[in-house]
Design a protein around this ligand. Structure first.
Ligand SMILES: [Zn+2]
Length: 328
């Protein structure tokens, strides 16, 4: 029976159930939090708040979330482990690096950065760190990463972004763990993922979620990416700043109408607390929470020709198959 690692240990893929493929528990600027902990306040209260919010998602029918919070997003797995002990939800944690431009300074003068000086190909230490998170567990917790993550945004394929992307691809080949990539579909960065990860590094497109695909309304572009095998993350429902609720939902309706329910996953990219945003701004994003799909999006798309069966495909079947494929 194929299994996925979660914050409470391995789970049979058949038991994943309704799976939101991109939800954070916390997004934090770790160094700011360590030095200026005032806004965060009480650790116990933050944990209790997260437990309550995640329980609400469970009560709406969610059984699993994939939390792609990696280095660059304030990953702290001991806290996730503590929360996972208090909610029935399965939480899949991730490994990788989140950057739109440079590698973190830690890596700047390590690995391939030394190639020219040493006159040889120096392996990237990122690969071994990612593999250890997957095989041994993260930071001594014993919680093993079940997803790999990197990013390419509107800055495109900078040297740092490319280096992380190749390290993620190599860790994938060593472990078989699938990949989610933060993309910027407005500048078609999914095509860079295809070139570097699939054509050059040999990763099967079926093992990659192109995250944030739902940020565009260019369904022809999305259809082409889906035709190459990628899973499209329609995963920011509720973030209606540069777009609207209707634009996101209508794009989903049109992609389903074109026959792509088998190639999409649904999520909200929400979190219990994100320190990137002034808390006073959050009231302007009233739909950005874990149950927006169930409360607002599904009633809307069901009215416009999407069937419950197709919703179940995107929530249950596509995630399950994504984790079951052996692409090593
Ligand atoms: Zn995210």
């Amino acid at each position: 029976m194929p299994q996925v690692e979660t914050a409470r240990g391995p789970v049979d893929t058949a038991d994943l159930g309704v799976t939101l493929m991109h939800e954070h528990v916390f997004v934090l600027t770790t160094e700011m939090q360590q030095n200026y902990p005032g806004e965060w306040g009480s650790e116990d209260e933050r944990v209790a708040d997260a437990v309550a919010r995640l329980q609400k998602a469970y009560d709406a029918g969610v059984r699993t979330i994939v939390d792609p919070t990696v280095v660059g997003l304030g990953r702290y797995v001991p806290r996730i482990e503590r929360i996972a002990q208090q909610v029935p939800l399965h939480i899949v944690v991730a490994t990788g690096v989140y950057t739109y431009d440079d590698v973190p300074r830690f890596f700047r003068h390590r690995g391939p950065a030394l190639n020219a000086v040493l006159g040889t190909e120096v392996p990237d230490p990122m690969v071994d760190l990612f593999v250890a998170d997957i095989r041994d567990g993260v930071a001594g917790t014993g919680v093993k990463a079940g997803m790999l993550k990197c990013a390419v945004d509107r800055q495109g394929l900078t040297p740092g972004v490319e280096r992380v992307m190749r390290a993620v691809a190599r860790a994938h080949h060593e472990t078989g763990v699938p990949i989610t990539v933060h993309t910027h579909p407005g500048s078609r960065t999914g095509l860079e993922v295809q070139r570097v990860m699939c054509h050059e590094e040999g990763v099967a497109a079926e093992r990659i979620v192109l995250g944030h695909s739902g940020d565009t309304t260019d369904v022809d572009h999305l259809a082409r990416l889906a035709d190459t095998g990628f899973v499209l993350g329609m995963d920011r429902f509720g973030i209606n700043l540069e777009t609207t609720f209707e634009a996101r939902a209508d794009t989903l309706v049109e992609m389903v109408r074109r026959g792509y329910a088998e190639r999409m996953v649904l999520s909200q990219d929400a979190s219990c607390y994100i320190d990137w945003i002034d808390p006073d701004l959050m009231p302007f994003l009233p739909q950005w929470h874990y149950t927006h799909l169930f409360e607002d999006v599904f009633p809307y798309v069901l009215d416009r020709g999407v069937t419950q069966r197709q919703i179940d495909t995107m929530l249950v079947e596509v995630p399950r198959r994504f984790f079951e494929r052996d692409g090593t």
